[in-house]
Design a protein around this ligand. Structure first.
Ligand SMILES: NC(=O)c1ccc[n+]([C@@H]2O[C@H](COP(=O)([O-])OP(=O)(O)OC[C@H]3O[C@@H](n4cnc5c(N)ncnc54)[C@H](O)[C@@H]3O)[C@@H](O)[C@H]2O)c1
Ligand SMILES: O=C(O)C(=O)C[C@@H](O)[C@H](O)[C@H](O)COP(=O)(O)O
Ligand SMILES: [Zn+2]
Length: 369
């Protein structure tokens, strides 16, 4: 019998001005054995932060690190958005403190975007910054959250209102972990993939439209290509603008309204689902100011619908959404700012001083309660 040749790993580079801003995103299968080398010889202790739902995976990572000679501990945190809380960060700081973690030790984040966000924040703030390696286990974490160094926690006033930029030393995207990811989470991750298609890589949109079934099959080659293309979009943007002084804002396509929906729904909506509605809104806004053609605006509806992502949100929640959007990080003073498209692959930021424009665009996507 012939052996099937192993598919080689793909390495996508993120670069920056400082040495610590240069790192690799490795995409492949069975990557755990790469972790010790990535941490390097100076690191003695490692805290593996993982959600409750991934206890076994967290323990495996810890055991492997122990076997490789590190002192490794786990910190199990609440699942999903509940983990992005100051009390969770505080719990992790306590574990680091009680175990005498120094500046030459490290944090490894194993989980979805919620975990990489809070663990990234912990790594950025402990002793003002220790080494971080991210090991995303959700599609959304792989294509977006684990790459780029943005981290954050939520406050009562809104999503991601506290956080820093702290690039990881490396990202290990082990595609095997997708085998256990629930389908609705895979579809949520697809919203960020689609976002990358709209803002920078139209081939992504073509691939999704041509292979609607394959994109939610964790073992498909199409999904792997979509993952690599999306990471490449993100890597290129953050390599040019780590701290979001300009270009990086395009990664926020669909997020101004999306984050407001998440807050209004008390985080019962998946991030990608909320971003999908946010992209529908951004497309209507762009259409209404004469920037986006009907064809490109309508493509938002057709492609998101193909994946079963939501396209609308409650009409009666407009005021709550507007209040939440005022706290978006792109807002300057009283001026709300939205990422819109001039065409597919041509994002720009639109200043919207006139709230009636927003209201009118919202009417196009609003549903009855
Ligand atoms: N920092 C960034 O650049 C950035 C980018 C995009 C999104 N985000 C943030 O990421 C979060 C969303 O990430 P997410 O969609 O991964 O959600 P998540 O982290 O909440 O994970 C979704 C669910 O899937 C579970 N899960 C994860 N991997 C699994 C696996 N392999 N098998 C079984 N279950 C698994 C999790 O435990 C959780 O219940 C949001 O908080 C969002 O704000 C951050
Ligand atoms: O990496 C970025 O920059 C992004 O905007 C990616 C988004 O997908 C992500 O959800 C991010 O967390 C949003 O950041 P925020 O600054 O709007 O909170
Ligand atoms: Zn996002």
């Amino acid at each position: 019998m012939q052996n099937t040749p192993a598919v080689p790993n793909t390495v996508i580079k993120v670069t920056g001005e400082l040495p610590k801003e240069n790192y690799d995103v490795v995409v492949g299968r069975g990557l755990l054995n790469q972790l010790p080398a990535l941490l390097g010889e100076r690191v003695k202790k490692v805290l593996v932060i993982h959600p409750r739902a991934l206890r076994l995976t967290g323990d495996t990572v810890r055991d492997d690190l122990e076997a490789a000679g590190f002192t490794a501990l786990t910190a199990e945190i609440p699942d999903a958005e509940e983990g992005k809380h100051i009390q969770v960060a505080s719990f992790c700081w306590e574990v680091l403190g009680k175990n005498d973690f120094t500046r030459s030790d490290a944090v490894v984040a194993v989980g979805g975007g919620a975990v990489t966000d809070v663990a990234g924040f912990v790594a950025a703030t402990w002793l003002r910054g220790v080494k971080l390696v991210t090991m995303p286990t959700s599609l959304l974490g792989m294509v977006d959250a684990a790459v780029g160094g943005k981290n954050g926690i939520n406050t009562a006033e809104g999503k991601n209102l506290v956080g820093t930029f702290h690039p990881p030393a490396g990202v290990l995207v082990d595609l095997d972990t997708l085998d256990t990811l629930p389908r609705n989470e895979l579809i949520s991750g697809m919203a960020e993939v689609i976002k990358c298609g709209f803002i920078a890589d139209p081939v992504i949109l073509d691939l999704v439209e041509a292979n609607p079934e394959a994109v939610t099959d964790p073992r498909s080659e199409v999904l792997r290509e979509l993952i690599e293309r999306s990471i490449s979009v993100k890597a290129k943007v953050v390599s040019e603008d780590l701290k979001e002084t300009g270009l990086r804002e395009i990664l926020n396509y669909g997020h101004t309204l999306g984050h407001a929906i998440e807050l209004t729904e008390r985080y019962s909506w998946r991030h990608g689902a909320a971003v999908a509605v946010g992209m529908m809104f951004a497309a209507e806004l762009a259409r209404s100011v004469g920037r986006l053609s009907d064809e490109d605006a309508d493509r938002h509806r057709s492609i998101l619908e193909l994946l079963g992502l939501p396209l609308s949100y409650r009409r009666d929640r407009w005021q709550a959404l507007l209040d939440a959007m005022k706290r978006d990080k792109k807002t300057r003073g009283d001026l709300l700012r939205f990422v819109i498209l001039d065409g597919i692959g041509r994002p720009r930021v639109l200043d919207v001083p006139d709230q009636s424009l927003l209201f009118a665009a919202y009417q196009e996507i609003a549903s009855e309660a």
